[in-house]
Write a protein that binds this ligand. Structure first.
Ligand code: ADP
Ligand code: MG
Length: 216
């Protein structure tokens, strides 16, 4: 088992980097959404993560544990973002902290469990299955791999493969017809376009990997 320890600062740093990512990719994610949606995915995430970032220092100081920090951040995404992705990503971060309350540090297997809970919350809320052309197509296969390998020795390698699988999952949405979300209305016309939420989700999970690399 990996000896990596993830503390509250790791989660705060990750959230700050996610906010940077959302600024940098605002136009890119919006472009993907203008192809098969209403062209606001990048705008939605930048609004949400700006709120997370603006409150981060305060939340970090006030939150007694990792769980509370994630919950407060998730609540901001949920309340500040108008689109479907706000409640979905909001639930993701809120539910990441549901089991590990009271902890100031978590192990890698615990972190893996938190991500699993996050993805389950997205599924519970959005009711999307694999191949519905949503963020679930990226998140679910990655989390299955992570769950099976969370006790491996090399946490970075496991997380690298997890993110790689999520990235492939985003690619896998290109030939699909959407069965959930706005793109559903396009029918066959959605074929040939990548789902915006599948792209933003693997890119956001990649931030956790990047921050893990700074620890070792
Ligand atoms: P909206 O669709 O309300 O404009 P966004 O553009 O911010 O919201 O987000 C769209 C993304 O949300 C989609 O690309 C898809 O990945 C994700 N999404 C939409 N509906 C669902 C759902 N039911 N389950 C999972 N993900 C969904
Ligand atoms: Mg949209």
């Amino acid at each position: 088992m990996s000896e990596m320890v993830l503390d509250k600062q790791f989660f705060a740093d990750s959230l700050a980097k996610m906010a940077e990512l959302a600024e940098v990719n605002r136009d890119y994610w919006t472009k993907l959404d203008s192809d098969i949606g209403d062209g606001d995915h990048g705008i939605n995430l930048s609004i949400g993560f700006r709120a997370v970032n603006a409150n981060l220092q305060d939340n970090l100081e006030k939150a007694p544990d990792i769980s509370t920090l994630l919950k407060k951040s998730g609540m901001l995404l949920l309340s500040k973002v108008g689109g479907a992705s706000g409640p979905l990503y909001g639930s993701f971060f809120i539910k990441m902290g549901k089991e590990d309350t009271g902890k100031e540090t978590v192990t890698f297997p615990e972190f893996a469990g938190m991500l699993k809970n996050g993805v389950e919350a997205v599924q519970l809320r959005g009711k999307a299955e694999l191949q519905d052309k949503t963020m679930i197509d990226a998140l679910l296969p990655g989390i299955e791999y992570l769950e099976a390998h969370k006790n491996d020795e090399d946490a970075i390698a496991v997380m690298e493969e997890t993110v790689a699988i999520m990235k492939q999952g985003a690619e896998s949405t290109i030939p699909l017809v959407a069965k959930k979300g706005r793109a559903m209305r396009l029918g066959e016309r959605a074929v040939g376009h990548k789902d915006p939420g599948s792209e933003s989700s693997w890119m956001l999970m990649n931030i956790f990997l990047e921050e893990m690399k700074k620890i070792e």
